[in-house]
Design a binder for this molecule. Structure first.
Ligand SMILES: Nc1nc2c(c(=O)[nH]1)N[C@H]1C(S)=C(S)[C@@H](COP(=O)(O)OP(=O)(O)OC[C@H]3O[C@@H](n4cnc5c(N)ncnc54)[C@H](O)[C@@H]3O)O[C@H]1N2
Ligand code: MOO
Ligand SMILES: [Mg+2]
Length: 420
């Protein structure tokens, strides 16, 4: 097979993960704003602060099915000397009371209904006894009811004018409920980036193809597609490019017109057919980095062309996954205007020793759990860069520092939490 035009491999300068992230950040811009209907707002990022246009609740609301009363009318009420009040009105939800409650009267009211102005408490149905007297309905109350009982005052939850949701907030179920409450049928959200995904490698088969000797199915593209979706991006599956440098170059450059940025996997190391290296050799954009002090994924490469990123992730699935988490995901979030772009880092006890010697900091696929009130993390198992099976089992990346002989069980260690 013909070799890629990769005889003169170019020099690599190793940068730390944080430095690589900093270089990316310098080119990171939010994409802009669009309007979506509330039903399509889930998972999107708010592009503006949302202020309450009204109080919540905006009327005095009953918390129980019962009777709206003046609390003062129950003064001295006891089983021995109950207070009797005449029922003057029935107030279902959605109804505006028409009759003023007096010290001698009560209005039957349902949960969520508007409490008449003069009433300052609601007594539960079960705490009253109803009777008919001379064609009138009366209730007897055997207990004093304090003012404010079972009554939600205007603005109890939210005051008109309050900032209820801040710009940059990701819209989940609770945010959606608030937007609906305040009548925001359409919301301004940050645009989602479209990301073209290429796999590279002549060994790659389409997922539907039968396996043949020496070939494998292209799993990275689909993994990246899922990761991009999780981060709120719009993935564009562009298929696999065979190991032909010229073809890779034209396809990748072409994709910049269809997407906000491009992610590739494979072909970034020092091999004869590592065609992304050739692409970056002919690159007339800015090279951000081409080697990172990390395992897996040390050959991860990134550049910018006309302010559009090209992330060339490693082909090894474990390294592709980690490269996405550390470099691509923050860009997808940042383009959507999210300020919290990086995975939360926590300190935890290592549940199982990790004894590999590390030339570079290592991001080990791990599982977190709580035992006796303490947070533990432990490696999920096979952790080689080439291993795919353990990706699904991990909810964190354990950061094993460079140097030394690994980390012992029980030692405190940092981990990036991958969920949430
Ligand atoms: N002599 C050296 N060899 C290697 C070095 C090195 O420094 N010197 N680095 C190793 C490291 S570290 C990594 S990580 C890998 C990086 O490999 P590439 O990014 O160049 O990826 P490929 O060579 O294209 O493929 C590697 C591996 O991954 C499989 N692969 C590729 N694409 C996919 C895909 N879409 N879905 C599933 N699997 C994929 C591919 O078949 C290979 O098995 O290089 C080391 N080598
Ligand atoms: O960068 Mo490669 O893992 O790190 O195998
Ligand atoms: Mg390679």
């Amino acid at each position: 097979m013909e070799k890629g035009a990769s005889v003169n491999r170019f020099r690599r300068n190793t940068v730390q993960v944080e430095e690589a992230q900093r270089r990316i950040e310098q080119h990171l811009r939010p994409l802009g704003v669009e309007q979506v209907s509330l039903e399509n707002a889930y998972g999107r990022t708010l592009a503006e602060d949302v202020f309450a246009p009204s109080h919540m609740p905006h009327f005095r609301r009953s918390g129980m099915d019962g009777f709206a009363i003046m609390s003062s009318s129950t003064k001295g009420a006891s089983p021995e000397s109950p207070v009797c009040l005449e029922v003057i009105e029935h107030i279902p939800c959605g109804f505006v009371p028409t009759k003023a409650v007096s010290p001698k009267t009560a209005s039957r009211i349902m949960t969520g209904a508007m409490v008449p102005e003069q009433a300052d408490a609601v007594i539960m149905l079960e705490m009253t006894e109803e009777s008919e007297k001379e064609g009138k309905t009366c209730i007897s109350i055997r207990k004093e009811i304090p003012a404010g009982k079972n009554l939600t005052s205007i603005g109890d939850e939210i005051t008109q004018g309050d900032c209820v949701l801040q710009k940059g907030t990701k819209i989940g179920a609770g945010e959606t409920a608030l937007l609906a409450i305040f009548g925001f049928h359409h919301v301004h959200v940050c645009k989602r980036p479209t990301i073209a995904i290429f796999a590279t490698g002549s060994e790659l088969l389409p997922v539907e193809a039968p396996l043949t000797q020496g070939k494998i199915r292209n799993s990275n593209s689909y993994m990246l597609q899922a990761l991009i979706r999780e981060a709120g991006g719009i993935p564009l599956l562009m298929g696999a490019i065979p190991d032909e440098a010229a073809k890779a170059q034209s396809l990748v450059l072409e994709a910049f017109s269809q997407a906000d940025f491009v992610v590739t996997s494979g072909g970034v190391s020092v091999g004869d057919y590592d065609i992304l290296v050739d692409l970056f050799q002919n690159w007339d954009g800015e090279m951000l980095f081409n080697k990172v002090a990390m395992r897996p994924g040390s050959p991860t490469t990134a550049g910018v062309w006309n302010e559009q990123f090209l992330f060339a992730l490693s082909g090894n699935p474990g390294a592709c996954f980690v490269g996405f988490e550390l470099f691509v995901r923050p860009v997808i979030l940042g383009m959507q205007g999210q300020s919290q772009r990086y995975r939360q880092e926590c300190t935890a006890f290592l549940g199982k020793e990790f004894s590999k010697v590390n030339a570079y900091p290592r991001y080990v696929r791990g599982k977190s759990y709580v035992s006796e009130g303490k947070l533990f993390v432990e490696p999920v198992g096979m952790d080689q860069s080439s291993v795919t099976v353990s990706i699904k089992d991990s909810d964190c990346l354990i950061k094993i520092p460079a140097g030394g002989k690994g980390v012992q069980q029980g030692e405190l260690i940092s981990a990036l939490l991958l969920k949430g």
